[in-house]
Design a protein around this ligand. Structure first.
Ligand SMILES: NC(=O)c1ccc[n+]([C@@H]2O[C@H](COP(=O)([O-])OP(=O)(O)OC[C@H]3O[C@@H](n4cnc5c(N)ncnc54)[C@H](O)[C@@H]3O)[C@@H](O)[C@H]2O)c1
Length: 280
């Protein structure tokens, strides 16, 4: 959290953030708390959730850490109940959790070589988990006629790639789920959007990615650098707050232009650099 945050736009709002025990979700929790939200840090890794919560508490934030496997309906129902018991209501649901472990990535391959268990796990966490959290959180939002639901998606949800087939299909489905929720509860004050993210690695993720791979990805973003968790968290805060009151049923793209240039752009630039051609 830094002083540049425009404090107060989420004063007293209650936000549930899934997968907030680390990475982008943890940063979103810190930024929402800095804007005045009461935040529930939900993660399958309870210790990680408690660590993030302790950091926010130390800054004076109102926070609750909850261990929950979002693919389980019983656990999700109990999680939302615990949030309401502590904070009284739910205003924001940030559906951020996804299964991205090394083991899962290794097994979620191209279609011919797909490990079906990995496919099912990706769908259970990324897609069913987001639906379940929405099911129980929206019930609470409807009681107060206000709410914002955010579904985290990815460039892989709209563009074909060589691997991570289940992840990509689950992320594509989340774009539709955001629209269904917007259509179903918009008149009752609930907004719902997908947030499509480019590469915004947490510090430790930088280290785990091979440098040549990072360089290819950096070249394919139109911004000078890859994204940061803070840049994504600022967009989450926008979607969570009334600043986005007229934004619903859409996909907000925060990807540094990763999805907006011609597929040949990077190869063209390399060719021009090689031949000394001017004009690009
Ligand atoms: N970081 C990026 O550059 C990037 C790019 C595009 C999209 N995304 C999306 O952003 C979101 C966050 O990504 P990240 O990079 O911070 O990943 P991450 O792996 O650091 O965080 C995901 C969190 O989800 C939790 N989780 C996994 N399974 C769970 C379950 N069953 N129940 C509850 N929690 C569970 C993990 O414990 C972890 O804390 C994901 O939805 C991801 O697809 C990230």
């Amino acid at each position: 959290m830094d002083d540049a945050v425009n404090k107060g736009k989420l004063d007293g709002r209650v936000a549930i953030l899934t997968g907030a025990g680390g990475g982008l979700g943890a940063e979103a929790a810190r930024v929402l708390a800095a804007h005045g939200a009461h935040v529930a840090i939900v993660d399958i890794d309870g210790d990680a959730a408690r660590r993030v919560a302790a950091g926010i508490e130390a800054q004076g934030g109102q926070v609750l850490a909850l261990q929950c496997d979002i693919s389980s309906e019983a656990e999700v129902s109990a999680m939302v109940e615990a949030v309401v018991a502590r904070f009284g209501r739910v205003d924001v649901l940030h559906n951020n959790a996804a299964i991205l472990s090394v083991e899962q990535r290794r097994r979620d391959r191209d279609v011919v070589n797909m490990d079906v268990e990995a496919w099912d796990r990706a769908m259970a966490v990324n897609l069913r988990g987001a639906m379940l959290c929405s099911k129980y959180a929206i019930r609470e939002m409807l009681k107060h006629g206000r709410g914002s639901v955010i579904f985290v998606t990815s460039g892989l949800g709209v563009q074909g790639d060589l691997s991570l087939t289940a992840y990509a299909a689950s992320k594509a489905a989340l774009i539709m789920l955001a629209r269904s929720v917007a259509a179903q509860y918009g008149k009752q004050g609930i907004r719902s959007n997908a947030l499509q993210i480019g590469l915004a690695p947490a510090e430790n993720a930088h280290e785990s990615m091979p440098a040549p791979l990072l360089e290819i990805l950096r070249e394919n973003h139109l911004t000078p650098e890859l994204g940061t968790p803070r840049q994504i968290a600022d967009v989450v805060a926008f979607l969570a707050s009334d600043e986005s009151a007229f934004v619903t049923g859409t996909t907000l793209v925060a990807d540094g232009g990763f999805g907006s240039h011609t597929p040949s752009l990077v190869a063209m630039k390399a060719l021009f650099a090689q031949t000394g051609a001017k004009g690009m």
